[in-house]
Each structure stands twice: as C-alpha cells, then as structure tokens.
Write a protein that binds this ligand. Structure first.
Ligand SMILES: [Cu+2]
Length: 273
C-alpha cells in the first residue's frame, strides 16, 4: 500500500467517523463542540428535553428522603443547591408560582402537579400522598436568575407493584365528565407542534377559566426515560407549542380550570420521524 492510498483510506475512515457523529448528533439533538444552533427552532428543539438528571446547569435537587409510605400523607422536603452546596433561596415567578413540582409514577400514572411552600431556610416542603406502590419520578420545575430549569429525582414506595401499560394514542380524553379533544397536525420529531384542545360537556362547549397565568398548563413526558418537555402556552387559548425532540410516544397531561375547579386530561401522543 502506498502512502497516498493509506492516506486516502484514512480520510475515508475519518469521513465515516464524522458522518456517524453528525448522524448521532442529529438523532439525539446533541451537538458536542459545535456552537449553539442558530435558528430559533433549532434552539428550541435542542433545549426541549429537560428533567433527565438531578442537576441542571449547576443547580441540583436534594430530596430529604428516597422512600415514601404507601397511601399515607407525608411531607416531602427538598432543597435546590448550587455548585457550592449552598441552598438557593431566590426563584423567579413562572406561571404565577416560584416552584412547580410534578410527581408521576414510572409508568406515567398517578400524575400530580403541586406547588410547594418555601421555608425560611430556603428549603421547600409539599404535602404528598402516593396511593400505589412503585418508583415515582419527581420534577422540580422553576426559574432562577432568569434561566428555566427542571431537575428530577426518584421516590420509592414499597408494596405490590401493579404497573399499567401506556394507553393507546387517542384524540379524546374524558375527565370529570368533561370531554377534551386534542387537535393538531400530526407531530413530527424535531419540529414544533401546535397542540389545540377544546372542552365540551354533553356536546356543548365549556368555557375555560384562567389557570397559572394562561388558559391551561401542559406537561409532556417522553415514554421510556420520562424526559420533561418544554411547552409554551398560548395566553389566550387552550393551545400550546411543544417541540418533540425524537420519534416515539409521549404522555400529555393537560390541566385547565373549568366549572370552578382544576381538571387533568391525559393523552398519549405518537410522534413520527
Ligand atoms: Cu405549577
């Protein structure tokens, strides 16, 4: 083999390595060593996945406990700590609250959206009841210093686990006798999806009241790793923009206020490549 053919072979191998890296990068929306995506959409997709780790940009969730009793109310305490282990005390108001706390079992049942109370020492506490045994994922969703973050942890509830398969995708969900319909163009991975919801009771439209500074609140979790998606509400309508980073199934938890109380409607959403 001459030096020239060896170099050519080396170049082909390098090209394959780079092509592979680019392919993996595009699949995972991770661009190691590359500058931030330039387009607003690229940036949104790159930042779309959160809540996969206990830390987010230097801030860490510290849960006071790892286990919880089954079916009994208890207080869950936690802190957000910075890189020096100091308790973070200052949080920005997002969706009218300084701390949003999401609890869901690993099979995406038992969803709860709570608003913890901050203690004078900066720690947070929230009353919680976990009715069924299993592993629960908890998300602290907040903004500090103008940067939104989502940090996650796990809570184990001992007992006999009755895990449920994810419901099949459907455009309609029933909650408290209300019928909620989800309309959208079929969402695709890496593109922004426009999710519009309408609420009826016995075929008649139901007026939706303001809730958390918008018409509703939407949490989207990816099936499998429970990645927490960033979702932008439309302030005037029950409508959201969501960036689904990968193909697969997602669970949508829509919360809205109607007839004087908050309702939660759940949807399984299939996202195509
Ligand atoms: Cu909240």
């Amino acid at each position: 083999m001459t030096v020239a053919t060896r170099l050519a072979g080396f170049a082909v191998v390098l090209a394959l390595v780079f092509a592979g890296a680019a392919f993996a990068g595009s699949r995972l929306d991770v661009h190691p060593g590359k500058p931030e995506p330039k387009s607003a959409m690229g940036e949104m997709v790159a930042q779309a996945v959160r809540g996969l780790a206990v830390s987010d940009n230097g801030l860490t969730l510290e849960l006071a406990r790892r286990t919880a009793p089954q079916g009994k109310p208890f207080a869950l305490a936690f802190r957000i700590v910075d890189g020096n282990g100091q308790t973070v005390r200052d949080f920005d108001v997002e969706h009218t609250k300084r701390m949003h706390f999401i609890v869901v079992r690993r099979d995406m049942t038992g969803f709860q959206h709570l608003h913890p109370t901050q203690r004078p020492d900066g720690a947070w506490t929230v009353p919680l009841t976990l009715r069924e045994a299993g592993s629960y994922r908890v998300f602290a969703d907040f903004s500090a210093g103008g940067r939104p973050r989502t940090v996650a942890g796990d809570l184990a509830v001992d007992g006999t686990l009755r895990s449920r398969p994810l419901a099949a995708p459907a455009p309609v969900a029933e909650t408290d006798g209300l019928r909620v319909r989800l309309d959208h163009a079929a969402p695709r991975a890496g593109a922004e999806a426009d999710l519009r919801f309408s609420v009826t009771r016995d075929g008649r439209p139901v007026a939706v009241e303001p809730y958390l500074g918008a018409r509703g609140h939407l949490v989207a979790l990816r099936d499998g790793d429970l990645a927490f998606l960033h979702v932008h509400p439309d302030p005037g309508r029950l409508r959201f923009m969501a960036a689904f980073p990968t193909a697969g199934r997602y669970r949508l938890f829509l919360q809205f206020r109607a007839e004087g109380r908050v309702h939660t409607a759940e949807f399984t959403q299939e996202v195509a490549r």
